[in-house]
Design a protein around this ligand. Sequence first.
Ligand code: SAH
Length: 563
Amino acid sequence: MTRPVPAIVILGNGSLATARKIAQIYPGALIHGLAGRVDGADRVYHEFGATLRELYQQDTPIIALCAAGIVIRTLAPLLLEKGAEPPVLAVAEDGSAVVPLLGGLGGVNVMAREIGAGLNVAAAITTSGELRFGTCLLNPPSGYALADLELGKRFVSDLLAGETVRIEGSAPWLAQAQLPEDAEARLAVHVGPGERLPSANELLIYPRSVVVAVSTGTEGLAKAIREALHQAQIAVQSVACLLAADTEMASVQLHEAALELGVPLRFGSDDLAKAIPQPVSMLGDERIAIAVAEQPLDLAKIGRPRGRLAVVGLGPGAAELMVPAVKAELARANDVLGYETYVRMAGPFRDDQVLHCTDNREEMQRARHAFELAAQGRSVVVVSSGDPGVFAMAAAVLEALHESSDPAWHSVDLEMLPGVSASLATAAQAGAPLGHDFCVLSLSDNLKPWSIIEKRLDLAAQADLALAFYNPISRSRPWQLGQALEIVVRHREPQTPVVLGRDIGRPGQTLRVTTLGELTVDQVDMRTMVIIGSSTTRVIPRADGRPWVYTPRSYGDKLTPIQ
Ligand code: SAH
C-alpha cells in the first residue's frame, strides 16, 4: 500500500532549503509557501491556519516548518472531533529539530525518523512504547489491522510496567523489535484471521488475508457476509476486500455492503476463482465464498477497483475559489485530462499523475479518452475552468456516455463537481448585477446557428433579464458581439450598467464598469465576461470611489418595466 504524500508547509524563504531536503525524502511532496513571503514554492497559500486545517481534514500528512506551538494552536480546534488523524510534524526552519506532534497511529514517528535521517538530526520521539521496543505496537504495518485501540493501550502500559510477552502467529515485523519475550508470558501478541473475544491479556492483530467473493449485490448483503464470516469463525477485520464480477461494478447494494463493512471492493472477470489465491470454500449461502491466504494480501494484485471519472470545475482561476471537493479529487487522480491551460491551472501534480493535455476543441475525443482510462479502473479527472456544466466538459462527457453501449463505460463511477462560473465570479467582484432574474448565453456560433442566438438575445432583452455573455468574441468570430449589442440596445437604455470582467481570479485581472451606450467591441476579448444590467440595475459608489453594481431583488415601484 502506498502512503499518502505529505504536504510541506513553510512561512518564509528561510525554510526553503530545509523544505527542499525534506521533499527529496518524499517524492511528489509539494512545498506550500505563504503568498508574498516565499518565492519558488510548488503551491501558494494565503492563510496559514485555514491551509493547515484543510490539509488535516483531508488526511494529508503535514510537515510544518515552524514552531510546534503554532501548529498545535492552529489545529487545536479540530483535535477533539477526530478519531484517526494524519501524521503532523513540526520541523525547525534550519532543519535542526524534528518534532512529531500528532498521528502516532498514522506513522508519525516513522516519518520523524525518516526526516531526522535526511537532515542528520535525531527525531524527538516521546512515545514510551516506541522508545522501549523500537516499534509502535499499536501501529502494525500495512496489511495488518489492530483489533482494539483502547485494549491495545492498556496492553502496552502493562508491557511497559515490566511484563513479558509471547507472540502467537506470524508477526515478521516484530522480529526487529526489542520485546521482552517469554514463552510462558501472561501477555500475548496474537496475529491471525480468526474471530476471537477481546481480552486484556492479548494484543489482537488481524492480517488482511481474507477475500470474500460475492456473486451478486442484493439487499442485506453486509449482514449475510457477517454471518458467513461468523460461521467460518473469521473476523471481519481480516477481510482484505470483497471481490465481485465486472458485471456487478455499478451495483449499489455491493457498494453499500463494502461501505458498511469498511472493506474495499475489487472486480474481476467472471472466473473469480482465478483471482483468489486459495481454493474457494462455498458456504450455505451460495452468494458468498470465503478464501483465506497464509499472508496479508496485496490489494493491487486482486482484480481491479471500480474506475472513477470526475468532471470538475476549477473556478475562475484563483486557488481559494476552487471548492475543496475538487482539490481532493485532483489529489486522488491517476489521470488528468483537459485543455492545456486548465490542466496547468489545476496543478502542480505529482510525478505519478499522468497528464493528458489536448486542444480546446477536442471535447468529444477527450471525453471518450477519459472513459477508456476510467474503465480500466483508474481514477480520472477531466478539468474545465469555472463550472464544468457551463459551456464546458460535463455535457460532452455525458454525450459520450450516451453514445456508447460499452458496459464498462456505463459502470464507471461518474461524478460532476461544480465550480465558480465566470459570470458568478465576475458578478461578485462587481457587486450583485445578477441579483435578480438573469440569462446566461454563449455568443459562440460554433455549436449553434447564429439565428438562434439572435432570437434568444432578442427575447431575453425584451424580458428585461440581466444578461451574462460567455465567449463574447474571438479572432474567428469578430462580428458577433457587435450584432448582439445592436439587438440589446433596441430594448435597453444607453445608461444601462455594463460590467466587463477580464481574467477574473487570474493574474492581471481587470474589472470595468461602463454603460451600454459607451460599450464598444474593442473593450472585449475572449477572456472577458460581459454582464449587461436590466432596467433596474444601478450603480452606487464604494468608499474607495470605485462603483458597486447591483440589481435589486424587487421591482419596487417599477410595476410595468417590460415594454
Ligand atoms: N465553464 C466556464 C466557461 C467556459 S466558456 C465557466 O463556467 O466559467 C469560456 C468563456 O468564459 C470565456 O470566453 C469568457 O467569456 C468566460 N471566462 C472564463 N473564465 C473567465 C475569467 N477568469 N474571467 C472572465 N471571463 C472568463
